[in-house]
Design a binder for this molecule. Structure first.
Ligand code: IYR
Length: 223
């Protein structure tokens, strides 16, 4: 049996009283409520340091057995973005051209998406999130990871929130299948592409579908 880790004292880093707590919670909710998935990007570049700070934020996510089973590839090179677009559009042509079941295409129709993915080249950054299906020790032995999908999903949510609060827009893009990302980006076999987070500044004329969010009385039960 491995030994337990040493422990350190913990106190919440920014405590507050109950009245302030509600105000902070409200403010955070309001900030996140202003996030929208954006499909039209300006070409304006983003500072890599900002992206790295946001990835650091994502890396604070809790994970199964603290395995931190994620890897983020920040792609800004136009040629690599072009390759990703080409490969993604090939998959999407098959998806929209018959691979997707009718009910799925019907669910997507209101969003007006199709097999054209110009944002993969126009947006200044693609953050490709990989899930580490298993880990590797220094001597190259496989070690099991736990709750990989949950862990990477939580980290990705934190990444989306961090980018939004840093004034950037994102689009969660999931070409299916997306194994081509591992090959284009030269990642090891133990990593599986999880999604592409298209990142940048919304174009001046960007528009988003008029949608609303389910009220808390629908999404929460208090008992
Ligand atoms: N991957 C496709 C299809 C797609 C699927 C869902 I679920 C969406 O919410 C949006 C799109 C595409 O990117 O077009």
């Amino acid at each position: 049996m491995a030994k337990t880790l040493p422990t350190i004292p913990y106190a919440h880093p920014f405590p507050c009283d109950d009245a302030e707590r509600l105000e902070r919670a409200r403010q955070f909710r309001e900030q996140l409520d202003g996030r929208r998935t954006v499909r039209d990007y300006a070409a304006r570049p983003v500072d890599t340091d900002v992206l790295l700070e946001c990835v650091r934020a994502a890396g604070t996510a809790p994970s199964g057995a603290h395995r931190q089973p994620w890897h983020f590839v920040i792609v800004q090179d136009p040629e690599v973005k072009r390759q990703i677009r080409e490969a993604a559009e090939e998959e999407e042509r098959a998806f929209y051209g018959g691979r997707a079941p009718d009910d799925w295409l019907e669910a997507l129709a209101p969003l007006g998406t199709d097999d054209q993915k110009p944002f993969l080249e126009v947006a200044p950054a693609l953050i490709v999130v990989f899930a580490e299906r298993y880990g590797e020790t220094e001597s190259g032995e496989r070690i099991k990871n736990y709750y990989v999908t949950e862990s990477v999903g939580i980290a990705t949510g934190m990444l989306i929130s961090a980018l939004h609060l840093a004034g950037l827009s994102t689009l969660t893009h999931t070409p299916s299948p997306m194994n081509f990302l591992r090959d284009i980006l030269g990642r090891p076999k133990r990593e599986q592409a999880f999604l592409i987070l298209v990142t940048g500044h919304a174009s001046e004329n960007a528009r988003v579908p008029a949608i609303s969010r389910n009220p808390v009385t629908d999404i929460a039960t208090v008992r």
